[in-house]
Design a protein around this ligand. Structure first.
Ligand code: SF4
Length: 356
């Protein structure tokens, strides 16, 4: 497989140009074609000499993703399924600003991107882990989701959350490179403060990312406030239990001086009782964290369901009574398989059936 031009940094392109005996400004021209002019073919990079275009075509691919399917929902959340060069699928979701949270005139467009094909972490409620882990995405496959989603939607993405398929911190080297492609002025130019990396709780990588100079934001898929609850639904907790996780989070808040978001999917009969709410409030208070409560989206093949609405409200009220900023999101995209990994699973299973 030839490497993708999209994953090259200015330094790498400069080196390539030097090796080819080309002036170094050619690297800048290529970057402009890739990120600003959004070239769809190397041939179309008209200000590059023909011999250089030929060489680039032989040595690189332009992009490694192609659109496979898109679904729009009633609330205009859109989900995209992309095909990778090896026939695998990943998905990302474009979410418009909620007027309730950001006001009627907000132009916030959030893209939720994937970082791996499948996931090895096996959270019991999650569609992404159902078929296990296949492979890490490369940096250009991660950043390429933004380019392709913008082209397909005709909208400019200005906020990115790494909450799609996969555990981003289990793919840290490629994630860091993708952050460079996304935040650099020569790349997508989206400010680091508009990027949120979400993790199920990989303690050593949280500490590493805390030391990274960019002011990216952190969200934790917590989904249980005590070890007994978290152990039941998130195997990662056996390796890094709640107290170790919160030590790492407190290290993060000291290094970055910013609020962490605790994501908490409410699952009926598992983690939605008042005792968990009180414990969650204590944790959030100790970190001065925000909490996002998300009633569970049913996943085909899994037994979990969302609690009754009044239980969700009661959970939120316990947090609010303790002064914890908590939102209860009736999750967008419920009607388009927006729970991460569902659309891709359907597509891959349908293909397997076609082949059998
Ligand atoms: S919730 Fe995240 S870490 Fe857990 S299985 Fe799903 S994708 Fe992996």
């Amino acid at each position: 497989m030839r490497p993708s031009l999209l994953s090259q940094t200015p330094e790498e392109l400069s080196e390539i140009m030097e090796g080819l005996g080309e002036p170094s400004y050619r690297g800048g021209q290529i970057l402009e074609w890739l990120w600003q002019k959004r070239a769809t073919s190397i041939e179309g990079m008209s200000n590059l000499p023909a011999r250089l275009r030929e060489h680039l075509k032989e040595s690189f691919t332009l992009r490694s993703l192609s659109p496979a399917k898109s679904q729009g929902s009633r609330d205009s959340t859109r989900k995209f399924l992309f095909r990778l060069h090896d026939g695998r699928y990943i998905e990302c979701v474009l979410i418009p600003a909620s007027p309730a949270l950001y006001g009627e005139r907000s132009d916030r467009r959030t893209l939720c991107v994937s970082s791996q094909v499948g996931c090895a972490f096996g959270c019991k409620f999650c569609a992404s882990g159902l078929d296990g882990f296949t492979r890490n995405l490369t940096a250009d496959e991660i950043a390429g989701q933004v380019l392709l989603a913008e082209e397909l939607s005709g909208e400019k993405v200005n906020n990115i959350v790494f909450m799609g398929m996969g555990e981003p911190l289990a793919n840290l080297p490629q994630l860091l490179k993708a952050l460079e492609l996304i935040t650099s002025p020569w790349g997508l130019g989206i400010g680091a403060r508009h990027l949120t990396v979400s993790t199920s709780g990989l303690v050593p990588q949280i500490r590493k990312l805390a030391d990274h100079p960019q002011q990216i934001r952190l969200a934790i898929s917590l989904h249980g406030a005590s070890n007994d609850v978290r152990d039941q639904i998130m195997p990662v907790n056996r390796k890094w239990p709640v107290d170790e996780l919160f030590k790492a989070l407190s290290y993060w808040t000291k290094r970055k001086n910013q609020k962490i978001t605790l994501e908490y999917i409410l699952i009926d009969g598992i983690n939605a009782d008042p005792a968990q709410a009180r414990l969650l409030a204590q944790h959030a208070e100790s970190l001065r964290a925000k909490v996002n409560l998300i009633p569970y989206n049913t996943v085909d093949g899994l037994k979990w369901k969302r609690p009754p609405e009044e239980e969700c409200h009661a959970f939120r009220d316990i947090l609010a009574a303790r002064g914890i900023p908590a939102t209860l999101r009736l999750e967008k995209g419920h009607d388009i398989d927006a729970a991460c990994g569902q659309l891709r699973l359907k597509e891959e299973h349908a293909e397997k059936q076609d082949l059998s």
